[in-house]
Design a protein around this ligand. Structure first.
Ligand SMILES: [Ca+2]
Length: 406
């Protein structure tokens, strides 16, 4: 999400760490105001941004803070995932298959978007898949919230997200005032990322486009507008037409990853090659080596378009997932290199938990004793086969997948 690019991923986590403390401290300050008082106090700010009183009252007249937004805002700490764990959960066979079907289904639209903005349709669709599971998230009431209420909640709450909330709220009110979407239809994440490709209001203001020509920039229910807006954003961020994001490469044994930029040709001379042995289409293009697992896993020579994808969400893991999903959608293979999955052994209580979850899913009917005997192993194997997990997947991962409801 674009929010991440603005605050920075580490910034977000840092904010999260102090959010709980803030909300306690603020109980006696900002939130001592009633919502109605806050709405009244915020009016001059909106007015100064040319919001009409009728737009303002219609949007905020009955404002009450959304407790689920406050909860999300104070609970953003994520467990650390290796990049291969992230890829494994984001570039799934299901997502690849769905994306390919959607590319077939919307081939005319995607062709027109590609022709207009010069951005590879597979990348546009990959972002759509990553951001909203091709729009499926938009129908999930536990994820999707009224954007005005979410942003007003962040602004009203005070603390570290208040400035962001105020700024985005004003931009959101402008969208309403322009009539691009109704207040009811203006939905998004708790942090205000909206529509199929999760634009925050200021990004919407600068980059959303009306591709279907109805006079409204509708990234919520017009797929034409949503996907064209993403393509437009990437184009404005410097997408290089006709080029890829990068290549998987194989490092020579024991190679110490060199930093800095070199041409693809120079990297090749240093012994860094594509696993399939093919050369690079444009040996003069400048690339950086990205080896998240050192010489123990897939490594990549990344090009300018990789950093363009990062403008959508400033994380290497995200850009690699989008690039790879795009490649898979285009029919290319999975990475040739093997990621170094390594795990801590399960504790006894984790083993019991594993048995419990396998029982709940109907794979196991033995005693829940934390002792993984042959019955448990068979159950694990049956589960792995049922969800298409490779046989060498570790138990930590299996437990995590079960806990995630997969
Ligand atoms: Ca439109």
């Amino acid at each position: 999400m674009i929010l991440d690019s603005i605050l920075g991923r580490s910034g977000l986590l840092r904010l999260a760490a102090i959010a709980a403390a803030f909300s306690l401290a603020l109980a006696g300050t900002a939130t001592a105001k009633t919502p109605a008082q806050w709405v009244k106090e915020f009016w001059p700010t909106a007015k100064a941004a040319s919001i009409s009183k009728s737009t303002y009252d219609a949007a905020l007249g009955k404002f009450t803070p959304d407790p689920t937004v406050l909860e999300k805002a104070s609970n953003q700490a994520e467990f650390k995932r290796e990049i291969w764990e992230y890829l494994d959960s984001t570039v799934t066979e299901k997502r690849i298959k769905e994306g390919q079907d959607l590319i077939d289904h919307h081939s005319g639209l995607l062709k027109r978007i590609e022709a207009r903005y010069g951005v590879d349709k597979h990348i546009v669709v990959a972002i759509w898949g990553m951001e909203s599971s091709y729009g499926a998230v938009l129908n999930n009431p536990t994820v999707v919230k009224g954007t005005i209420r979410s942003l007003a909640t962040l602004a009203y709450q005070g603390g570290s997200r208040a400035k962001y909330g105020r700024q985005q709220l004003v931009a959101a009110l402008k969208i309403l005032q322009h009539g691009d979407i109704t207040a009811k239809g203006m939905t998004g994440s708790w942090a205000g990322a909206m529509g199929h490709t999760q634009f925050i209001p200021t990004t919407y203001a600068a980059y959303a486009v009306d591709f279907d020509g109805d006079g409204k920039r509708n990234i919520w229910t017009s797929l034409d507008d949503a996907l064209a807006s993403t393509a437009n954003y990437l184009a404005k961020m410097g997408w290089q037409k006709g080029k890829t994001w990068g290549y998987e490469v194989k490092l020579p044994k024991g190679y110490k990853a060199a930093k800095g930029e070199r041409t693809l040709g120079a990297w090749q001379k240093a012994g860094i090659k594509r696993p399939n042995g093919k050369g690079f289409a444009r040996p003069g293009d400048v690339a950086t080596l990205f080896a998240p697992a050192g010489s123990n896993g897939p490594a990549f020579l990344i090009l300018k378009n990789f950093s363009v994808i990062k403008r959508y969400n400033n994380a290497n893991s995200y850009a690699l997932a989008v690039g790879h999903l795009g490649d898979r959608l285009a029919g290319y293979d999975a990475f040739q290199g093997k990621w170094p999955w390594k795990e801590e052994p399960l504790s006894d209580s984790q083993k019991a938990k594993l048995q419990e979850l396998l029982t709940a899913r109907g794979f196991y009917s033995g005693t829940i004793d934390g002792n993984l005997g042959s019955g448990s192993r068979e159950a694990i194997q049956a589960y792995q086969q049922a969800i298409g997990l490779p046989e060498d997947a570790g138990l930590q991962k299996i437990l995590q997948l079960l806990q995630d409801g997969r």
